[in-house]
Write a new protein. Structure first.
Length: 217
């Protein structure tokens, strides 16, 4: 789909990649690791910037992390570790926090330093790791709750605008469009839901009673 995406104006891509173990990747996603790695080559060849997003799991631990660091280094693209969110669909999985990852890397002999440079306007805190060219980000909704500075909303694949990943509520923009809403109507509806953005998520209180596809992933 890359040529069509470029033609539509897409100028950067986030690629989800939790492991470089092909069998484990297929178990987690039902997809093919080879197709993802081919996509990275095509992105580089087309000159489209991309980031790698990883939800690190304790099961494979440092092995996955080191391999992903090497892959990101090869392409010189940012790698972000996203803390596992407590959803119904992953109750059997154990994630790793940013501090656990950094501790494991330091125990393996790597040196880590906070990176003060800004990379976009997202919630990640970035670090530099000895021997690697790219910045490494950590997004920790539980252990480093960033709701007070969160500037994100999500438009799901079915047209629902949600002010927070955790929210069940949202604004059905697809329905408005199909009912003939004007641009001004859409702006008003978007403002309404954005201004109602909750002060914080409640992942730290209870697991979300839905799976990733229902929050728009």
């Amino acid at each position: 789909q890359l040529p069509a995406l470029i033609a539509a104006g897409v100028d950067s891509i986030n690629v989800s990649l939790d492991t470089l173990d092909a069998a484990y990747y297929a178990e987690l996603t039902g997809g093919s690791l080879g197709s993802v790695l081919q996509a990275l080559q095509e992105l580089q060849a087309a000159g489209i910037p991309f980031k790698l997003n990883c939800v690190p799991l304790a099961e494979n631990g440092l092995s996955d992390i080191r391999q992903l660091l090497q892959l990101a280094h090869r392409y010189n693209v940012p790698l972000r570790f996203i803390e596992l969110m407590p959803l119904d669909c992953n109750v059997d999985l154990k994630g790793l926090s940013g501090s656990e990852i950094r501790s494991q890397l330091e125990q393996a002999g790597l040196q880590l330093q906070p990176d003060a440079q800004r990379y976009g306007n997202g919630p990640a805190s970035y670090w530099r790791i000895s021997g690697y060219a790219m910045p490494v980000g950590f997004i920790e909704p539980l252990h480093n709750k960033f709701c007070a500075v969160c500037n994100r909303v999500r438009l799901t694949s079915v047209g629902m605008l949600k002010p927070c990943l955790y929210c069940n509520e949202g604004m059905n923009l697809k329905r408005l469009l199909r009912d003939g809403a004007s641009d001004a109507d859409l702006v008003k509806a978007m403002q309404e839901i954005i201004y109602a953005k909750p002060a914080g998520h409640s992942f730290d209180v209870k697991a979300a009673r839905f799976n990733m596809s229902q929050i728009g992933g």
